[in-house]
Write a new protein. Sequence first.
Length: 329
Amino acid sequence: MARLFDVVRELSGQAAAISIPRPYIKFCEGNHTHAAVLSQLVFWSSTKADGEWFYKSNDELGTELCLTTDQVRYAVRQLKKRLGDVIQSRVKKANGVPTTHYQINGDRLVELLFPATEQDSQMDSVILPDGNGNITESNREDYQNHGSGNITDSSNRSKPYTNKQIPNAPSKLDADERQPVFQLVLNDKSLFPLYAEDVQALAGLYPAVDVHQQFRNMIGWLAANPRRRKTKSGIERFINSWLAKEQDRGYAVPAAAQPASKPKPDQRTQLKNKIRDLELEINNENQALLRAIDWGATQDSIDSSKRRIAEMSRQRQQLLDELGGRNGQ
């Protein structure tokens, strides 16, 4: 079993071309994007000892496979659903930056890719390099090559990935299932999405911070400071720097749960800022709801968006009532 997984790992992830072994494509029911991500993760697992964790960011995987970060993030999420405990992931710091770490159970993956009744026949069709590092012609028909057309030695992994044949746009179904929790506007006016698992991971890294509120604060700050918005490559550093500062301040209790006290002169201004931030967030969520309806999103997605709008509207009214009470003091 271990030898078979070694063979599978040697098939996975090549540098001269983006090649996807046929068993991965079959396992992913024809979804080449998911199969490519699985192949690349298995390849990177081979750089570590069996059972050892390795780290790889979604941006790096996207660059290697000519995919967007969103495509990689969605593919990983679907692979984890399909494979169960075969792929384990956790967010830990790598080079000072929170990065996803993976662990792959090789034996369990082989059992899923090659069921017991098929292992002998599948082993016959496994593609192995010949003495010159090339794939033999007799086995070429069972191999899906998406690169330049030449299958090279599997150990040649130093060249950049240049394949453009894997689709870069997520399907309409993918877009429906990948609704971001927050979106931060960048300097080019595009939006940087943050999904539930991203927010959850950051909440674990900064336990003394009300992460949801801080993302609302970031949205308001970026709206009010268009000249200081961040690039796509710099937005994650901005997020972590912001949350790290809040963590150092020790804001463990959300503002709504703090006991009321006699306001200081600047508390009215703070309340107004919070109300403005909520109004911006409500506006963003309303736009997202309209897009979801236009795209034919599921009813669950639409209802979830409506619930978020209702909750933010309730919070806004609560702040307005508090501001009105303080105006009368």
